[in-house]
Design a protein. Structure first.
Length: 576
C-alpha cells in the first residue's frame, strides 16, 4: 500500500487518537515453501491501526488476511512459513524483532487473538473453566483462584452462554461450535488487551448472539481498544468497522472509510465482493417443485421421504460427584418431528446451542437417541448396531462445521477424498482420477491433492470436506454450517454447486445454518429451532416473509443489512 493510500486512510479516521498509530505495519511480506517453491501469502502490505478504532480486513479465502493477522505475533508455522520482510511496530516496539520471551508477554495481555477455529484453539483435555482461569492467572498472577473463577463466569454470561457457573465445568466438546467461539471471545476480552486480532470471530455465531458480540466489541472500542477484524463477511464489516482494508492475492487492493467504500468502491474486486453478499431478499432463480400436498414439510400422504424424524429426543447426562452419578439431563433435542422429501433441501436455523447440530448428528446415528425414531427411505435406522448400520453409511453423509478438526492431518487430500470410497468398495476409477474430479467440482486445483490440511486456508479446507462427502455419491447429506467458513464469492459458488448436485443426483440436504440469508437462497423448507424444540416450520418463503413465532421474527430482525447507514450509525454510537 502506497504512502498516499495510508495518508488518505488516516484522514478518514474519527476517534480518540489519530496522531500516533497503536500499530504501524510497513511492507509486510510473508512467504511459504511448498514442494521446493516459494509462494507469497502476504506481499508488501502496509496499514495503521489507531487506538479506539476497528479496522476490517476482508477478502476471499486464501487472499492472505489470516496470515497477515497471525504474522504480527509470529504465529505462522515456521517452516514452511517465513516473514520475508517488513516491520510491525506496536506501541513503540517492532513485534517482528522482539525476543521470544518479550513477545510472549505481549501475546494475550497486550494483543489478544480470537482464532477462527475454536475447537483447535481450546484444549480438549481441560474444562472451559480451567482454561479461562489459567489465562487470567498467567497474566494477572496476583488474582486469586476464586476471583479468576468468578470473572470467568461473569464473561461467559456476557458472551451469551446460559448457566455459566455450570458450563465452566464442561469440556469444549460438550459445547456447540458457536458456544466454543464465544468461549474464545470471552478468553480474549477478559484480559482487556490494547489490540485485538479477531480472525472470523462471528463466523460460527447466529445473528442474535452476533449482535451481542458486536456490542461487546464496541464497548471495547469505546474504552480505546483497537481491533483488527478479519472476516469474509461484508455485512459484518458494514455493521462494525470504521475503516476497511481489502485483500486479494496477498496484496491490499483498496482501503478507506467504511461508508464511502461501500457506497462507491473503486476496485473491481471490491465491487465483486459487495455484489456477492447474500441478502434476505435474494432467491435462486428456480427451486425444486415441492411434492408435498401442504406447505408444511411434515404433512402426511406425500411421496416417501428420504429421511423422516419422529419425536426425536437426544438428551445428554449431567454427572456430578466422585462417582459421576447422573443428576440430570441436557435436553439438546426434545421432541422434534421433521420429514425431508426426495430432492429437497430442509434448512434448519436457530441460535447457537439450540440443538441444530445435535439433530443432524442424531439423524446419522453419531449421537444416540434418548427416544424417537429416524427413518431412511422408510426403514428405521436409529438404534442400529455399527454392523447393521454399515450398509446405510455411504448414503448418509455429513459436512462438519469445523473443517480442520474433521480432517486427518496425517493424510494428504488424495487419501482424504478416496479413503471412504475405498472402504465402501465403490472406487470405480483410479484414486487420482476421483480426487481430481471432485477437487475441480468444489473449485480447487487437482494439483493440490498431494498437500496436507495445514497447507490450506479455512475456506479451502471446508471445500475439501465437501469433496470428501460427495465422493460417495450419497442420497442425503447433513451440511452443518457447510459454507460458514467461506467468503461470500466462494460461498455463492458452493451453494450453486450444492444445488447442481442436488438436481444431478437427486440429493436431499439438511442444511444447518445460522445465516438466514444463505438459507433463503438454498432451502425449500425451513425449520426454526429454539432450546431443543422446533418452534416454526414451513416453506422458506412463508417463514421468512411471514414469520408467525416471535422468536423467528427476532432472528430475522437481527440480520445485518449492508448499505443501511442509519442502522449502522445507531449501532456504532450505542443507540441499538
Amino acid at each position: 500500500m502506497s504512502g498516499l493510500m495510508i495518508a488518505q486512510a488516516q484522514k478518514t479516521k474519527v476517534g480518540p487518537d489519530t496522531a500516533t498509530p497503536l500499530l504501524q505495519v510497513r511492507n509486510l511480506s510473508v512467504h511459504f515453501m511448498s514442494e521446493g517453491q516459494r509462494f507469497p501469502a502476504v506481499e508488501d502490505v502496509s496499514f495503521d491501526i489507531f487506538r479506539g478504532e476497528i479496522v476490517g480486513l476482508v477478502g476471499e479465502s486464501g487472499s492472505g488476511k489470516t496470515v497477515t493477522g497471525m504474522s504480527l505475533l509470529r504465529l505462522i508455522p515456521q517452516p514452511p512459513g517465513c516473514i520475508a520482510g517488513g516491520t510491525a511496530v506496536f506501541d513503540g516496539r517492532d513485534l517482528l524483532q522482539l525476543p521470544l520471551a518479550a513477545l510472549r508477554r505481549v501475546r494475550g495481555r497486550e494483543i489478544g487473538v480470537i482464532f477462527q477455529e475454536p475447537m483447535t484453539a481450546l484444549s480438549p483435555l481441560h474444562t472451559v473453566g480451567r482454561q479461562l482461569v489459567e489465562a487470567q492467572r498467567i497474566h494477572f498472577p496476583e488474582r486469586s483462584q476464586a476471583a479468576a473463577w468468578a470473572e470467568a463466569a461473569n464473561w461467559l454470561t456476557k458472551v451469551g452462554i446460559p448457566d455459566a457457573e455450570e458450563r465452566l465445568h464442561a469440556y469444549p466438546y460438550q459445547f456447540s461450535g458457536g458456544m466454543r467461539q464465544r468461549v474464545m471471545i470471552a478468553m480474549t476480552l477478559m484480559l482487556d488487551p490494547k489490540l485485538i486480532i479477531a480472525d472470523e470471530p462471528t463466523t460460527a455465531l447466529d445473528v442474535t448472539i452476533q449482535a451481542q458480540i458486536f456490542e461487546l466489541i464496541l464497548q471495547m472500542k469505546r474504552r480505546d481498544t483497537a481491533i483488527l477484524f478479519i472476516t469474509h463477511d461484508m455485512g459484518v464489516i458494514w455493521e462494525l468497522c470504521d475503516r476497511v482494508l481489502v485483500m486479494k492475492d496477498a496484496r491490499l487492493v483498496e482501503s478507506g472509510a467504511a461508508e464511502p467504500l461501500f457506497q462507491d468502491p473503486r476496485d473491481p474486486y471490491t465491487r465483486k465482493l459487495l455484489a456477492a453478499v447474500p441478502r434476505l431478499t435474494d432467491r435462486l432463480a428456480v427451486k425444486t417443485p415441492c411434492a408435498a400436498t401442504s406447505t408444511e414439510p411434515s404433512a402426511t400422504g406425500c411421496q416417501p421421504d428420504v429421511v423422516r424424524v419422529e419425536d426425536v429426543r437426544t438428551w445428554f447426562p449431567v454427572r456430578r460427584g466422585i462417582w459421576a452419578r447422573t443428576t440430570g439431563h441436557v435436553k439438546a433435542v426434545d421432541g422434534v418431528t421433521v420429514r425431508i422429501p426426495y430432492g429437497h433441501t430442509y434448512g434448519l436455523v436457530g441460535e447457537s446451542g439450540s440443538g441444530k447440530t445435535t439433530l443432524g448428528r442424531s439423524i446419522l446415528g453419531l449421537d444416540p437417541l434418548h427416544a424417537g425414531t429416524v427413518y431412511f427411505k422408510g426403514t428405521p435406522v436409529s438404534g442400529l448396531s455399527s454392523r447393521r448400520m454399515q450398509p446405510y453409511r455411504r448414503h448418509l453423509q455429513m459436512v462438519f462445521q469445523d473443517p480442520f478438526s474433521s480432517l486427518n492431518p496425517r493424510l494428504n487430500v488424495l487419501d482424504i477424498i478416496t479413503e471412504a470410497p475405498y472402504v465402501h468398495r465403490v472406487l470405480k476409477s483410479a484414486p487420482e482420477e476421483l480426487a481430481a474430479y471432485w477437487l475441480k467440482e468444489v473449485g480447487l486445483s487437482p494439483d493440490m491433492m498431494y498437500r496436507y490440511p495445514h497447507e490450506f486456508s479455512g475456506g479451502q479446507r471446508q471445500r475439501i470436506c465437501i469433496a470428501r462427502a460427495m465422493a460417495l455419491e450419497p442420497a442425503f447429506i447433513v451440511c452443518d454450517e457447510a459454507v460458514s467458513a467461506l467468503d461470500v464469492t466462494v460461498q455463492a459458488q458452493i451453494i450453486d454447486l450444492l444445488m447442481q448436485l442436488k438436481e444431478k443426483y437427486a440429493l436431499s440436504y439438511l442444511f444447518i445454518s445460522h445465516d438466514l440469508s444463505v438459507v433463503r437462497r438454498i432451502a425449500d423448507y425451513v425449520g426454526v429451532m429454539r432450546a431443543g424444540r422446533l418452534v416454526e416450520e414451513g416453506t422458506v418463503d412463508r417463514v421468512i416473509d411471514d414469520p408467525q413465532d416471535a422468536y423467528t421474527r427476532r432472528l430475522i430482525a437481527a440480520v445485518p443489512v449492508p448499505g443501511d447507514p442509519q442502522k449502522r450509525r445507531q449501532r456504532i454510537h450505542g443507540a441499538v
